[in-house]
Each structure stands twice: as C-alpha cells, then as structure tokens.
Design a protein around this ligand. Sequence first.
Ligand code: COA
Length: 251
Amino acid sequence: MTVDHSSPYDSKRFDFPIHRAECSSLAEADSAVALAEASGAQLLILRFPAQHRAFGWWLGELPCRWVFADTLVYYKRLIEGTLELPVVEGYRQRLAVPSDAPAVEELMLELFADYASHYRWNPRTDNAGRVAEGYGEWARRSVEGGQSFTFLLESSEGEIVAAATTEVQGDVGVMPLAGVSSRHGRRGLYRWVMDGTHNQFFKSGQRYQEISTQVHNLLVQKVWSRCGMVMHRANQTVHIDLRKNLEPGPP
Ligand SMILES: CC(C)(COP(=O)(O)OP(=O)(O)OC[C@H]1O[C@@H](n2cnc3c(N)ncnc32)[C@H](O)[C@@H]1OP(=O)(O)O)[C@@H](O)C(=O)NCCC(=O)NCCS
C-alpha cells in the first residue's frame, strides 16, 4: 500500500517542499517518485519493508541522489489483561488533559534533542534543533487534539517527567512518542510508562501494543524486550533528493 502525501509540517520546518511515502512494491515506489516530482517536491522521504531486497537495486538505478536514513524497527505485544505496575516512590501516573500540552512539548524537546532520527542522516535536514521541535510540536498536537490518550508520570512536585503519546489503529494501540527525562532516569520509570500505557490500551479495548524506533536506539529496545515485546517488522528509510542537475558532493 502506498501512502504518498505532501508533508506540510516537514516542508515548513525545513523550508522546502517535502513528500512522504510508505511503499511495499517497486511499482508503488515508482509512482510515489513520479507523484512527488509532478508536485514539485524537492525531497521524498520513502519507507519500504527491510526484507524487500529488490529495493537495493531500484535505488541504485535512480537518476538522482539519495541518502540511506536508517532502519525503523517495530515491536509489539499482545494485550491480555491488566499488568501489575512497577510503582516507584515519589511519582504518580495520570492521563494528560489539553492544558498539559506545553509541558509535554517541553519534555519531548529534551528527549529528542539528540535523537538521531532519519532527518539527521541527510545533510539537508540535519538540524538538531528543528528536528526536536518537530517531535515537540507533534506531541503538543497529540495532547491538544485528544483523539487518543497521553500517559504521564509526574513527580510529587507536579513536574511531568515522562510521557507517551498514543494513536489507535484498529485493534493496535501505537505509542508514537515516549520517554523519561534524564533527570529522573535509571529508576525504572520507563517500564512504568510501557506497562501503564499497556493497561490503558486494555481499558480502551486494544488487542496489541506497538512501538517503534531507529535500530541503533538500543536502550529502549532493551526495556521493550524485558517487557516481553517482540520485533515484528522493519522498514528502511531513504531520502530521495529530487532536485535536478545537482553538483557532486554534499548539498
Ligand atoms: C532510554 C530511556 C527510555 C531510559 O529510561 P529510564 O526510566 O531511565 O529506564 P530504566 O530506569 O528502566 O532503565 C533501563 C535501562 O537503561 C539503562 N539506562 C538508562 N539511562 C541510561 C543512560 N543514560 N546511559 C546508559 N544506560 C542507561 C538503565 O541502566 C537500565 O539498564 P540495566 O537495567 O541493564 O541497568 C530514557 O532515557 C528515554 O526516554 N530516552 C529517550 C527515549 C527515546 O529514545 N525515544 C525515541 C524512541 S520512542
């Protein structure tokens, strides 16, 4: 299935037209490139299944520059009941209300300040501050929009120290953005975020909990594995530069 669309948030953030597409066949990838070119996009952020070997050859045949931008790994677990939570003294859990949006945005700016997401692999979008802002804004929209819950941990002083935004896709509860402030790290709070979010998905009727990250982000995958989550899917990301007549060398 191709999901090909212009990306207004990315385009505004990096100040040039950007398209995104997720493809499972070469024909879909060809049409995503054609559509992005016809719309005047300068960059197509393309995802395809990691097991699809023919994409390697397809990329080599492209008449334009492209940047490999890492592998996204997806973990999930079955939701069968309520888990006992690893409660840590001095913290409590709650769900976000719209007025928490600025504090959640601030937390995400901290969590993603150095995160080597796919944008950081392309010299043209490698701007740590803007990338982090993007994740912060995404979290704020999610809390304000309230389509699905945002799970929070706060300290006894009322500071939001951990958060997980969520989306529901059929019977799957997805966690797009999650993390714990480093000032409150190494106390097992991340496990609480994972299991607390699991329990909330159970209450709202989801059958699976899913989360994803870049393959090199090993710390979170350690916790997911300990939670009994299993990697079930991997996608490659490439940035295809659609500008014409580029000089060789970095942009
Ligand atoms: C990584 C992270 C989840 C850890 O949260 P936490 O609440 O400190 O986690 P825990 O206390 O459960 O610790 C989990 C493991 O990570 C280790 N750890 C935590 N912070 C660490 C750090 N800064 N450096 C090295 N190890 C660290 C812990 O020691 C523990 O390992 P161990 O049990 O083998 O000793 C947190 O720092 C974070 O949110 N980071 C950003 C999240 C992110 O990358 N999001 C993007 C994908 S969604």
